[in-house]
Design a binder for this molecule. Structure first.
Ligand code: SF4
Ligand code: SF4
Length: 221
């Protein structure tokens, strides 16, 4: 009976000590936990998190939009007109378009990074920002376009005006060309008529004139 009592006591103590083995072990090694959110583990270099677009370098080529497998990028552009002047990106590419809309619905994004690789100006990048949850889903639709509504309207109007002027110039040039062709044709026809008239007169004159070799006219008595 007493033997059983000591046996059970020892087993109880032994299992407690065994259970505390890992706890004891970790009491004497440096802690690996951090005090989040005060402390944060830095992201690895190629981590895929929230996207960012540097609009100063975006040329509106839409290659990122085309590459996206879930269609979460939407881009609208309008052509720049000569009056807008030359605009270049930081790596010297010409900006021939105004980007009037550049939205990424990050709620749909699967962080595949396929939009990043084809960008010719490297202006769309993955950042190390991974905490961007929102209460409202619409707040996850990021708008990167930097133009205001008024500026967008202005750019669209400028382009429409430019197109209309170009079209008018084209019509005027075609009209001038047609007029020149008609004038040339009329001149040619006039010249042809003159030529025919001269030929007819010459032929009439040659018929009226006496033939010196075959002159049968009797001399006057
Ligand atoms: S990371 Fe992938 S899913 Fe997200 S926007 Fe880019 S291409 Fe689309
Ligand atoms: S691929 Fe780059 S330059 Fe082209 S539209 Fe996308 S972000 Fe802009």
């Amino acid at each position: 009976m007493l033997k059983n009592y000591f046996k059970n006591t020892w087993e109880g103590l032994y299992t407690i000590l065994l259970g505390m083995k890992i706890t004891w072990k970790h009491l004497f090694v440096p802690a690996v936990t951090i005090q989040y959110p005060e402390e944060r583990v830095p992201m690895v270099e190629r981590a895929r998190n929230r996207l960012f677009v540097n609009m100063d370098d975006c040329i509106g080529c839409k290659q990122c939009e085309t590459a996206c497998p879930v269609n979460c990028i939407e881009i609208d552009t309008v052509k720049a007109v000569p009056a807008d002047g030359a605009r270049l990106t930081s790596n010297g590419k010409k900006k021939a378009l105004w980007v009037t809309k550049f939205e990424i619905d990050i709620a749909k994004c699967c962080y595949c990074q396929l939009c990043v690789f084809p960008c010719p100006t490297e202006c769309i990048v993955m950042t190390d920002v991974y905490e961007f949850s929102e209460f409202d889903r619409d707040d996850l639709n990021y708008n990167f376009a930097s133009l205001t509504e008024t500026e967008i309207e202005e750019k669209n109007e400028n382009f429409e005006k430019f197109q209309a002027e170009k079209e008018a110039q084209k019509i005027a040039a075609a009209k001038a060309k047609a007029e020149a062709a008609a004038k040339k044709k009329a001149e040619e026809e006039e010249a042809k008529k003159e030529e025919t008239k001269t030929e007819d007169t010459e032929s009439d004159q040659s018929q009226d004139a006496p033939d010196p070799e075959n002159n049968n006219e009797k001399p006057k008595e």
